[in-house]
Design a protein around this ligand. Structure first.
Ligand SMILES: [Cu+2]
Length: 785
């Protein structure tokens, strides 16, 4: 909850400084050679308040970073210093995005929050992790892209909200989050071998969380080898009332290595790594993660040629994911072994991207590129207690065969784009891009647990009424009778106009047409029993979901305007305002699922009108509109040689989302603002942060979304950096305020919840929100060398 507390590390300020650097360089016709790694070092040099840490020589690599809109007002950059400051406070990479204007988070497991940009969530946001586009391999999205990289391995996060250049977009409508490990640093020519690294450890009191990370690198002039490893684990946290919030514990381990080669104007980076999450419990899901193993590898080449720059990437990622019902959820469970429900997912992602940047003249730069991403998915639920020893139901609820939730699902996408950036004058700049994506999805036939309709005596064909086996088979047969392959062609357009009439003000107007094709779960989930549906859904709402094979892609039209003003000469203040409006054709939302089978158990007529219980939903296209405004600002307050520098920064976000046929969109973050008082004095950096979140009154009736009350949180932190050592101490939720995060979802963490509409005496009840964490002290220590 404390992000960018130090004013000197506000992403807003970083962006502004980087913008100023860009403008300077453009005036000298150097834009295409702009090494973005200049930006942090220059801004650090500008920042006289920055504590003097150990100097690591950052040798600029004169190869473009290919972020055409790095100086766009829609772009926020979270730099390495901010990430380092946050290391002790959170283990969730997505949490680093808190405090970025327009970004909010669906919370879930301890390391798996889902980012939302301008009200558009999860798969609607393109997330690039070191050039890899990863799709969650889980029907509850427990392993979203940002969970694949530990924060200790991140050098920079770039967030493009709303209007995303087509070269950075595709198959997303909300924006792009690009997470990059630090650029490799090589030894200077003729100098000794460069050895650097860091080690850090943290402890957080409330949830008894601890962990650490190490990073080590060795480099000569041309070759560099890096390793980062991290471990973090946590017990359940307590809310401010002192009650344990169950199913909030986790453990996570990451290892990553990188081998980099630089020769002349070419850079090659080969990365590989693995992640192991032995368990991660989810307070707002009916299941818990019981194992997640991921391996990945990628290779990137950046080269500078006479005609321009070329960047190529190739990646492969493979995930083995397992879920079951964790210990915290065992209250009122069925008798063993029917209290368990193993679910497994295997997912792979493979892709490449090639992009060329060609400076045709000092005014015009063209980028063209092509990318391909292929995602495969198998999702199956092994039988439980398949023996037939005179059992009664629910024996055959989950037996005797394997339930195939998604069978050999495939989603391939090939995208081609061209983008033209023109710097007409120091004041005027334009960016125009076109993009075409072809997305192909397909899946194999499915089967229910009991495809032969065994009854409890094992007689085939006689068990149609055993735990809905007849319905389950009918739903599978209906699904299998359909053609599964679907092809989607989409066209994206981005147009940006940037106007900087003087050093104090900048304006930007943008239009984007962006598309997202349905994901495999949205299209191909088929189960129609309460349990089958309750196990599927990544919204943290406790509802059950069934897919819709005929979904159309969603097409978003966004207009946005930004105005930024700054006191450039003295750097005393900055303010930026961005109102935006998005109209989404065929927004993939939900309806109460219609009754299709005469023995439908979940999609009943009662389900159509239920208001105070979990409900069963089917994905459906509905036009929608979203609008809002982001405001951010910073001001120096007081500066004194003895007492240090005082400053303040603030971020405000507001978003509304409505369906055109009536009603609100789900999980719209209410108005929220963060106000921080920041202080720096030599090696000290401290901040006192107040976070106000308004009540969530605009809730979605179709999902029976619950309201949350407004709250104010106070967080405090201080850090001291002394030569090679950095010590951080913070106090989260200083006032020990009981609160419920508006996007925290339904509390399902303390009881068995296999059937969303089961016996109210024994199943997890509807209507509770997940409580936020009570007061917590954290301490972190980092040693750099
Ligand atoms: Cu899962």
């Amino acid at each position: 909850m404390k992000k960018n507390i130090s004013s000197s590390h506000s992403p807003f300020q970083k962006k502004q400084v980087a913008g100023a650097v860009n403008r300077y360089l453009q005036n000298y016709k150097m834009i295409t050679l702009l090494p973005l790694c200049f930006a942090p070092s220059l801004s650090a040099a500008n920042d006289t308040n920055k504590p003097s840490g150990p100097a690591i020589t950052l040798e600029p690599i004169t190869i473009t970073e290919n972020y055409p809109a790095a100086n766009s007002l829609n772009t926020s950059v979270i730099d390495a210093d901010t990430i380092l400051n946050e290391r002790a406070a959170t283990s969730d990479t997505a949490k680093l995005l808190e405090g970025t204007p327009g970004v909010s988070l669906y919370t879930g497991g301890g390391v798996s929050s889902l980012p939302v940009i301008h009200g558009l969530n999860d798969d609607r946001v393109k997330i690039d992790v070191n050039g890899m586009t990863i799709t969650s391999a889980c029907a509850n999205h427990m392993n979203p892209p940002l969970s694949y990289i530990d924060r200790s391995n991140i050098g920079k996060i770039t967030i493009q909200s709303g209007i995303t250049p087509v070269s950075m977009g595709g198959d997303s409508i909300g924006g792009t989050i690009s997470v990059q490990s630090a650029d490799p640093v090589f030894a200077e020519p003729g100098k000794d071998i460069l050895i650097n690294g860091s080690a850090s450890a943290f402890y957080r009191s409330n949830r008894d969380a601890f962990g650490g990370s190490i990073a080590a690198g060795v480099a000569n002039e041309h070759v560099r080898l890096d390793y980062t490893g991290s471990h973090s684990e946590s017990m359940n946290y307590k809310d401010a009332n002192g009650d344990i919030v169950k199913s909030t514990s986790y453990e996570s381990q990451n290892h990553a290595a990188a081998l980099s080669f630089k020769y002349d104007k070419h850079l090659v980076v080969i990365r590989g790594g693995q992640q192991h999450i032995p368990f991660e419990n989810f307070p707002n899901a009916r299941m818990d993660l019981t194992n997640n193993d991921t391996i990945f590898g990628n290779i990137m080449h950046k080269g500078e040629f006479d005609w321009g720059n070329l960047e190529s990437k190739f990646f492969y990622e493979s995930t083995q994911h397992s879920m079951d019902i964790g210990q915290d959820k065992q209250a009122f469970a069925f008798a063993p072994p029917n209290n368990l429900m193993p679910m497994d997912t295997r997912g792979t992602n493979l892709g490449y991207k090639i992009q060329a940047e060609i400076p045709f003249s000092t005014r015009d730069t063209v980028r063209v590129g092509n990318e391909y991403i292929r995602n495969t998915l198998n999702d199956w639920w092994s039988p439980v207690n398949p023996k037939i020893a005179g059992a009664k139901p629910p024996l055959y609820m989950m037996a005797p065969e394997t339930f195939t939730n998604i069978n050999n699902g495939e989603r391939g996408r090939v995208g081609t784009f061209a983008e033209w950036e023109a710097n007409w004058s120091p004041e005027w700049k334009t960016l125009l891009g076109l993009r075409y994506d072809h997305t192909d999805t397909d899946t194999g036939d499915v089967q229910p647990y009991n495809p032969r309709l065994l009854n409890n005596d094992g007689v085939a064909g006689a068990g149609a009424n055993v735990a809905g086996a007849g319905l389950s088979l009918a739903a599978a047969n209906a699904f299998n009778a359909q053609e599964h392959e679907r092809n989607t062609d989409t066209f994206d357009v981005t147009a940006l106009l940037h106007y900087a009439p003087n050093d104090m003000s900048q304006y930007e107007f943008g239009y984007a047409r962006k598309n997202r094709a349905p994901n495999l779960y949205e299209r191909y989930l088929w189960g129609r029993r309460p349990m089958d549906m309750g196990m599927n859904g990544w919204f943290g709402d406790g509802n059950g979901y069934v897919g819709n094979i005929d979904l159309d892609p969603e097409t978003a039209h966004t207009v946005s305007f930004s105005a930024a003003f700054e006191d450039l000469n003295k750097g005393l203040w900055e303010v930026k305002v961005t109102p935006y409006f998005t109209y989404v054709e065929n927004f993939i939302d939900v309806d109460r699922c219609p009754q299709e089978f005469k023995n439908d158990m979940a999609c009943t007529t009662a389900n159509q009108t239920a208001t105070n219980q979990f409900v069963y939903l089917q994905f459906a296209n509905h036009d929608a509109r979203l609008w809002g405004v982001d405001v951010s600002g910073r001001a120096e307050l007081y500066s004194d040689k003895t007492f240090g520098d005082f400053s303040t920064h603030t971020v405000m976000s507001y978003v509304r989302g409505e369906r055109m046929d009536g009603g609100n969109l789900y999980h719209m973050m209410p108005f929220n603002t963060t106000l921080s008082l920041d202080h720096t004095l030599s090696g000290w950096q401290s901040a006192l942060e107040m976070q106000f979140v308004d009540s969530k009154d605009y809730v979605q009736a179709v999902r029976n979304e619950t309201e949350t009350a407004s709250y104010i949180l106070l967080n405090a932190r201080t850090g001291y950096e002394w030569k090679m050592v950095r010590l951080d101490v913070g106090l989260d939720n200083v006032l020990d305020k009981q609160y419920y995060s508006p996007l925290g979802g339904a509390y399902l963490g303390d009881r068995f919840g296999m059937n969303p509409t089961g016996d109210p005496a024994t199943t997890v009840p509807w209507g509770r929100n997940v409580a936020g964490m009570g007061r917590s002290v954290y301490v972190g220590l980092t040693v750099k060398y």
